[in-house]
Design a protein around this ligand. Structure first.
Ligand code: ADP
Ligand code: MG
Length: 173
């Protein structure tokens, strides 16, 4: 299996952390859609949202997804990538989609512990646990729909990587 592996899940799910560790374990390349956008446009997610609104950001995100998807690559997507049916279909058809699933409280704790690692503006301006509960309410079904494998993302990153490797039934690289 050489097709791309897409990591999906909310902010704080571990898409970047677990995705890069998974890439290392498989000997795959690792790309993060937000970082790719920053490198190619010089704009952060916050800059793009300021200038073009979330709709502009979503359009660029879809273009990015298609541009960076290549064989032997783990792709960490943005938390809202599944909102677009086009994105969900594209990921399911061209790759293997992993949903890193954790409860809102876990996501909120991680984001509070490391606020600077996530450069995305909040979606609602509400307290973080409330926002994560709302986000999961809106998106849980979409994450599940997009995913080929749903993985428990609450364990430590090494264990999550092992669970993904088992799900993929791939030998350790
Ligand atoms: P995402 O890319 O999905 O937004 P990150 O990989 O940036 O999430 O992780 C957000 C924060 O949570 C980081 O501080 C990271 O170190 C921590 N983290 C990620 N995955 C785990 C995990 N499985 N267990 C504990 N902490 C984690
Ligand atoms: Mg990330």
């Amino acid at each position: 299996m050489t097709q791309p592996i897409f990591m999906v899940g909310a902010r704080g799910a571990g898409k970047t952390t677990v995705g890069s560790a998974l890439a290392k374990a498989l000997g795959y390349k690792f790309v993060d859609t937000d970082l790719y956008l920053l490198r190619t446009s010089g704009l952060s997610v916050a800059d793009i949202v300021d200038r073009e609104g979330w709709a502009g950001f979503r359009r660029r995100e879809t273009e990015t997804l298609k541009a960076i998807s290549s064989p032997l690559t783990v792709v960490a997507t943005g938390g809202g990538v599944v909102l677009s049916a086009e994105n969900r279909d594209f990921m399911r058809q061209t790759g293997t989609v992993i949903y890193l699933r954790s409860p809102a409280s876990t996501l909120a704790n991680r984001l509070e512990d490391a606020p600077m690692e996530d450069q995305r503006p909040t979606l609602t301006g509400k307290p973080i646990t409330e926002e994560m509960m709302q986000v999961l309410n809106e998106r849980e079904a979409l994450y599940q729909q997009a995913a080929h494998h749903v993985v428990d993302g609450t364990q430590d990153p090494t264990q999550v990587v092992n669970a993904i490797m088992e799900a993929l039934a791939l030998p350790m690289a």
